[in-house]
Design a protein around this ligand. Structure first.
Ligand code: FAD
Length: 433
């Protein structure tokens, strides 16, 4: 009897360097590629905004569409459903005599709990589940310590990892296997997901769409065509335009490209053109991303809790009026407002901006950091549970920052990073000065 494997795509929307996909195509006669739009992702937060807002959702729709088109070109398809995966997937498995479901591994607590429910439901039908670690640069099996011993500070983690680098080779795109007869379903649009339409903003710094080909094109453009990698460390704290930093984060968040693909491209650039502090620094930042993912796995649901992973008891305020003023870029503090407007109107904000607005909300206004993280979750097109919540906790002083008293003085930040006020002029206009 032919073997059928179902691949549940989630935040790994690519065919290249995707071990989940690679192994399924190697082992099965038939492969069912599936994406499920889960209504919980689009539900409203108690603060009144959707968990996944229009910008983030649009990037997701584009990425899923691109994956579907790529599969169709190869004679397969992406099956799309809307509903709860823990119910939908077992049904598809029964109808199509699926022997195994292959999935990219999860670390954030909500996703882990959905995966556990699914595994139980499939277990009762004698369908096996296998997960693969496809997200990080360093495979968890190659960490020089057990996860329970993950250092509480990034620097300690980095030094140990760097002492014995192992970056797994890339998985090539396998030959695509046929798909059984299945109703393909349709990819919903923003309107169907009850989300407002997007008005494109010419000031947006994200110049590419969702999808694997677009992500690789951005990689090529940033590293090779524009030759920007060699100056990354000097430009990464700037605020205007597509090129001060890589802008790989939206593609990484949905797995349209793997961290390893970026790593090997950097290595190639170092060999062919130049190897300097900047080329090292991009990898250094990818290690931050890894660190937050491993820390999320270690701390589980604590990363979302009020006192954070450091269990520091801070009496956070819950002032909705001030929070909404912050959220909509109406605090009266120009630099904060400019950044919050950029986020509101484009779904992106620079790392420098994120640090400042998060510090302002938590340290100047004393407002619960989880409210800020929830707004970022809704707005950011590069939203990633681990990077978002642990960066927020870090800035709020309840995470793994060895300096718990870190504070961003907005005036001195403006003097350093927007001395001619060009960024503020761009986002809040001259008349507001
Ligand atoms: C409060 C706050 C919330 C954040 N939320 C997110 C989020 O939801 N998703 C997200 O991807 N990043 C988040 N970041 C980290 C960082 O701001 C973004 O990764 C970065 O701005 C993305 O732009 P880039 O791709 O041009 O980054 P680059 O500077 O070009 O860096 C290259 C890559 O390294 C990784 N990286 C860089 N800085 C960090 C960091 N501090 N933490 C983790 N990974 C990093 C990203 O994958 C990024 O794409 C947050 C930072 C703060 C302070």
């Amino acid at each position: 009897m032919p073997t059928t494997i179902l691949v549940w795509f989630k935040n790994d929307l690519r065919l290249h360097d995707n071990e989940t996909w690679y192994r399924a195509c190697q082992q099965a006669d038939w492969v069912i590629p599936l994406y499920v739009f889960d209504p919980r992702q689009f539900a409203h937060h108690k603060l009144g905004f959707p968990r996944s807002g229009s910008f983030r959702t649009q990037f997701l729709i584009e990425s899923v569409t691109a994956l579907q088109e790529k599969l169709m070109q190869a004679g397969s398809n992406l099956i799309v459903r809307f509903g709860l995966p823990e119910f939908i997937i077992p049904e598809i498995c029964t109808e199509n005599k699926v022997s195994h479901v292959f999935i990219g591994s999860e670390v954030a607590s909500e996703e882990v709990s959905i995966l556990n429910s699914l595994t139980r439901a499939l277990g009762s039908k004698k369908v096996g589940v296998q997960t693969f670690d496809t997200s990080t640069l360093i495979h968890p099996n190659h960490l020089p310590f057990a996860l329970a011993n993950l250092p509480n500070q990034f620097t300690l983690f980095r030094k140990q990892v760097e002492r014995n680098w192992i970056v797994q080779p890339l998985f090539e795109e396998p030959e695509i296997k046929s798909l059984p007869q299945l109703e393909p379903g349709t990819i919903p649009n923003l309107k169907e997901l009850v989300l407002p339409a997007i008005t494109p903003d010419l000031r947006s710094v994200i110049t590419y769409k969702g999808g694997e080909a677009e992500a690789h094109q951005r990689l090529k453009e940033y590293i090779w065509d524009k030759d920007l990698l060699k100056v990354y460390k000097e430009t990464r704290n700037e605020l205007i335009g597509p090129d001060y930093s890589s802008k790989f984060s939206p593609a990484l968040a949905l797995g349209c490209i793997s961290a390893r693909s970026i790593y090997y491209e950097v290595k190639k650039y170092e060999f062919d053109r130049v190897s300097n502090e900047s080329t090292y620094w991009l990898i250094f930042e990818l290690l931050w991303r890894d660190y937050f993912r491993f820390a999320s796995q270690k701390y589980g649901s604590r990363i979302f809790q009020r006192f954070g992973i450091s269990n520091k008891h801070i009496n956070w305020k819950h002032d909705l009026e001030k929070f909404n003023a912050w959220r909509l870029g109406k605090t009266g503090v120009d630099f904060v407002d400019a950044n919050m407007k950029e986020l509101l109107l484009t779904g992106f904000m620079s790392n420098r901006g994120r640090q400042n607005v998060a510090s302002y909300l938590t340290k100047d206004l004393g407002i619960d950091w989880r409210w800020g993280a929830a707004w970022f979750e809704s707005q950011l097109i590069d939203y990633d549970a681990c990077s978002n919540w642990l960066n927020w906790a870090y800035v709020a002083g309840v995470g793994n920052d060895p300096r718990q008293d870190r504070y961003f003085n907005i005036e001195s930040q403006v003097r350093k990073y927007d001395p001619d006020r060009l960024y503020m002029k761009l986002w809040i206009g001259k008349q507001e000065f």
